[in-house]
Design a protein around this ligand. Sequence first.
Ligand code: CP
Length: 332
Amino acid sequence: MIAGANSGGANPSGDGMVGRHVVTLDDVSTAQIRELLHKAQYIDAHRKEVAHTCEGRVLATLFYEPSTRTRLSFETAMLRLGGKVIGFAGAQLASVTKGESIADTLKTVSNYVDVVAIRHPKEGAALVASRASSVPVINAGDGGHMHPTQTLADLATLQSRFGRITDLTVGLCGDLTFGRTVHSLIETLCRFGNVHFVLISPDELKTPRYVIDRIESTATCSYTEVRDLSSVIGDLDVLYMTRVQKERFFNEDDYLRLRDTYILDTEKMKLAKPNMAVLHPLPRVNEIAVEVDDDPRAAYFEQVKNGMLMRMALESSVVGDELPGYEPLEPK
Ligand code: CP
């Protein structure tokens, strides 16, 4: 087994995270997710104390697809922990243009750094990368498959809004076929249980079967599939809006026909509970009117901040650097 693989090896922190690849959140136990949420809260309250945690560490960000939040927050997270960052944004600048494989890229880059974050348009690319890497690989989004660190940001936002990540009615609205953040979030919430999912999409953009299977195999979770947002918004604790993923459509006419199916505006917000939280992984196009940003129920820019904090928690954990003064949830 390569060093850095999910081998459950030496672990000075006692939380089993050191050297761990995170391709999906199935690579992280529910106890470890709770610990990451706790760490992120600690980091937020102790920014100065943690500023040297990862001194001497280097993160590589290998982004074969566009990104604003994910790449910059991975990088900011390492910089705020005192480490350094290398990488590329856009494969046209790397040797992939000469035909280099993902595996060879990782066999190379993992000699240089302590942790890698990779985004790639192909489903499964992060898994391939993790198998070739001698240091932890974190999936920063692989095609329409998974986006585990976005889910960590989403969970942190639910935790801060509701004080819990269970016992919720969660509406997911828009492109549920290609929206990888939706797939990651549903699968992870199923692990914690007691969630009713309301899956709101046009027929052409319904939730994939493998995600529905996950809900159906969870005794305490349930779902309904509907097309109309207005008729269900009043039932929701959480409304997770998504962008129609233009880049994953084969046919531009289909994209143009479907892209504005849902637009959340102040009129629709009048139908929602007073404490409903509106989440969106961003970027948005038209699916949330800008006027909603001033509504206290809009939580999507909190998600952005939580994304950085959770990536700080994750990066420090997988490289095995202890946060000064941090008391774990589960005592060692
Ligand atoms: N949420 C998210 O993945 O945003 P970016 O595409 O900007 O990274």
